[in-house]
Write a new protein. Structure first.
Length: 197
């Protein structure tokens, strides 16, 4: 596949940085800040897959470009999968990472079961078709925030087989494990096979 311009259907600069660190040499990655878009991209789905598809379709149909969209969420076992699709707005609007973390820790106060998982569903739009890829990483919720890197729930998520939170890891370390990296790896493998010249 020749290098093509791919627009990331996100207004989260942290996600843009993560993708650039993984595939910046493989694709021409652009942010939607390079497009004339001045409104929030709709996210009204009831699942991560629905939200991811909704964002991809919105950008693809509005601007007729190749794009990638993802929706990611933290699912906590003891909270029946919360915050899930509402992860970014768990503590309300406007979005606030610190408030979301505080609310989650409060809801898990004195809870023994700290099992959780991060899930990403990535939607790729190319030539009028849409493809989806899922990435999952299991782990546990720490009792208090640790680390200063990353964003979102990274300071309290400890991936399996590690004693560090994502926020205590470098971006390179996180990208070896994280849900988003796993979804993007599937996407990359798909592109290599489907568009091999």
């Amino acid at each position: 596949m020749d290098k093509s311009i791919i627009y990331l259907a996100t207004q989260n600069q942290h996600k843009v940085e993560e993708l650039l660190s993984m595939f910046g040499e493989q694709f021409f990655i652009k942010s939607i800040s390079d497009l004339p878009i001045y409104e929030e991209i709709p996210e009204t789905g009831s699942t991560l897959a629905e939200n991811s598809m909704q964002k991809a379709k919105y950008i693809a149909e509005k601007f007729n470009v190749t794009c990638l969209a993802d929706d990611s969420g933290l699912e906590v076992e003891a909270l029946q999968g919360e915050p899930g699709v509402y992860s970014a707005r768990y503590a309300g609007i406007p979005k606030n990472d610190h408030a979301n973390v505080e609310k989650l820790l409060l809801n898990l106060k004195n809870v023994v079961n700290r099992k959780a998982r991060f899930v990403t569903v990535l939607t790729y739009h190319f030539s009028g078709k849409f493809y989806q890829f899922e990435g999952v990483i299991n782990g546990t919720i720490a009792s208090e925030p640790r680390g200063t890197n990353g964003f979102g729930y990274d300071p309290i998520f400890v991936p399996e087989n590690s004693n560090k939170t994502f926020a205590e890891m470098s971006l390179a370390e996180k990208n070896l494990l994280a849900h988003r990296a796993r979804a993007f790896k599937k996407f990359s493998n798909f592109v290599d096979v489907a568009f091999k010249s």
